[in-house]
Design a protein around this ligand. Structure first.
Ligand code: GA4
Length: 330
């Protein structure tokens, strides 16, 4: 486990107390799996899944093609043109001036979107890349739906209460490839402090559910309920499942959208790669807690809003904003 150097031993102890749940999806007893998933979402808003059924070759091909892209010379990568915030970015995040020690490719997954990955192909990204992305996204969207169905089961409601949002033709899901090159003293002269340079700053994900796969280089951390940053051990065989803001609203605060961040890559040679699917609903979907999930003694915590409204709010503010506060009723 990687622990930031300036932390006291007591802090380290606290960190070690937290065991991030790893859930085996091949488990025969699906009600037991559902129960574990619901518990993990309530307690951490985060868990890992293994034996998830996404074919190894699909993940490997996506990883190889991603590294192939990020190894290209900068001017070539910059030729991937798209409407902001989509396309290639280097050391910037979003539209409000946030920065990070990474480069990325942010893509829309909806084939009807103006910026769908097949349409932003520049000479630097062959159509093979686009079809690799499509295959990967399709497989991971399937896994996201399976996990949402298990969550619904664990809460005693029909699967469609959650899954319809990702199966609709007009679903607004994104795919992001993040590459964290090894950080050296020269690559970030002013902010270089070994061990605590931020790669991607603290935030929660705005969508419903995020599925993150990475290579074996560490960096991801989640914020635990007691305010400690918990390093997530990298496991290339697993997907990290991250509860997004919308799922927190749809469960009336029962599930927690977890704040997380990525530290800059301190490995000496290898780049850190994360491949992240963000499952979002169609833009005009109204987000509220469905009546089946509202407890009589707990009134709705958030006012209803559309996903389009939520996105405009998110993009008008900084990455680290606690943006759900703006939609609270009390
Ligand atoms: C965080 C999760 C995803 O990476 C992302 C990010 C988006 C962006 O990079 O364009 C945002 C950020 C993310 C939340 C607040 C806004 C929007 C940057 C930012 C400052 C693609 C997403 O959907 O929301």
């Amino acid at each position: 486990m990687v622990v930031a150097t300036q932390m006291s031993p007591i802090h380290v102890e606290k960190i070690r107390e937290i065991k991030i749940p790893t859930i085996d999806l091949s488990g025969k007893e699906s009600s037991q799996v559902s129960k574990l998933i619901v518990e993990a979402c309530e307690e951490y808003g985060f868990f890992k899944v293994i034996n998830h059924g996404v074919p190894h070759h699909i993940i490997k091909t996506m990883k190889d093609e991603s590294f192939h892209f990020f190894r290209k010379p900068l001017p070539e990568k910059q030729r991937v043109v798209s409407t902001k915030p989509f396309g290639y970015g280097n050391k910037n995040i979003g539209l409000s001036g946030d920065t990070g020690e990474l480069e990325y490719l942010l893509l829309q997954t909806n084939p009807n979107a103006i910026d769908h990955n097949s349409k932003l192909i520049s000479s630097s990204i062959a159509s093979r890349f686009s079809s690799t992305v499509d295959k990967y996204v399709e497989a991971v969207r399937g896994l996201a739906c399976e996990i949402l169905a298990l969550m619904a089961k664990g809460m005693g409601v029909p699967p469609s209460v959650f899954t319809t949002f990702l199966t609709d033709n007009d679903t607004d899901s994104l795919f992001r490839l993040n590459h964290y090159p090894p950080l050296t003293a020269t690559s970030s002269s002013s902010s270089f402090h070994r061990g605590n340079t931020i790669g991607f700053g603290e935030h929660s994900d705005p969508q419903i559910l995020t599925l993150l796969a990475s290579n074996g280089v560490p960096g991801l951390q989640i914020l635990s309920g007691n305010g400690n940053w918990v390093p997530v051990n990298p496991d290339p065989q697993a997907f990290c499942v991250i509860v997004g803001d919308l799922l927190q609203v749809m469960t009336n605060g029962r599930f927690k959208s977890v704040r997380h961040r990525a530290m800059a890559n301190m490995s000496t040679r290898e780049g850190r790669l994360s491949m992240v699917f963000f499952g979002g609903p169609p833009p005009q979907t109204t987000i509220t807690c469905p009546p089946e999930l509202l407890k009589i003694n707990k009134p709705p915590l958030y006012k209803p809003f559309t996903w389009a409204e939520y996105k405009s709010h998110a993009y008008a503010h900084r990455l680290g904003e606690s943006r759900l506060d703006h939609f609270k009723l009390f």
